[in-house]
Design a protein around this ligand. Sequence first.
Ligand code: ADP
Ligand code: MG
Length: 316
Amino acid sequence: MHAPEFAIETSGLCKTYAASGGAPVEALKDVSLKIPRGSFFGLLGPNGAGKSTLINILAGLVLKTSGEARIWNFDIERDMRAARLSIGVVPQELNIDPYFTPRELLDVQAGFYGVRKAERRTSEVLEAVGLADKADAYARSLSGGMRRRLLVAKAMVHSPPVLVLDEPSAGVDVDLRRQLWARVQELNRQGATVLLTTHYLEEAQALCDTIAIIDHGRLIACEPTSDMVGRLDTKEMTITVDRDIDSLPGSLQAYPVEVLGNRQLKFAFSPSTISSGEIITAVQTTGFTIVDVATREAELEDIFLKLTGQPDTGTS
Ligand code: ADP
Ligand code: MG
């Protein structure tokens, strides 16, 4: 079968968790999403937004209430087996049986997926996540970062074309996070489609080519990362000059500018209407000599805040 255009597609996906005492929870509301094959796709949202629910539906762990979902063009209900074989999911929780070694764990998992002994690539998979030297150690002796990578290995034993990671950076220190990302980026370069949920916005901005934002169960944005970051159309430029600024020169009064301290001018502008060059020229024309220029672009965090009304909950 040739590779599909989209690795994952959902259409009108809804999930309502039944009430146990309280009111039912609408965790997903009409979510339609297309994740192109080969992409590194980020699903962002505050806690409780519905990220894990979406992923668990794809993984076959949670039943959808309505709507459709396809993985590698296989409907998750009608072609359940093929859909499951097409996806590897690294869950949010670090649930690893502490009395198994990584090698045993992967063998059990491969058996579960019906991968024949001759076709198992246990050592290769452990190598790919940097755990070759821990293959026969008890899982309980592994650090949090190693456990996370072991879960990545576990999701890969059946060589699925789609790899899904649910908040893999939570509780993983910076070094191990970098290592984990290097591995996952390598898998992506080799052709794997990666779907990642996170609330570390910097991480999503650095890794993902496309970002979707979900809030209260609703998809509120989905576009290429660069478009999303460009969306706010604001930029700040702080210009330091060589002499004290006693009063704002008249020719600069038409610009959105404030004087900071004695020698700095801070411009907050829309790059689509004013260019940085125009501002620099305007300052030079007043007779000041520029000694430094610093700029700050809008960041994903600004957009996230604007769309969800909530600050980034990650602390990276
Ligand atoms: P996220 O992963 O984005 O933090 P979740 O998908 O875990 O969000 O949760 C979405 C909403 O669904 C939350 O309000 C959560 O409390 C609720 N929820 C999640 N799992 C269950 C469940 N098994 N039963 C009832 N409500 C649930
Ligand atoms: Mg979650």
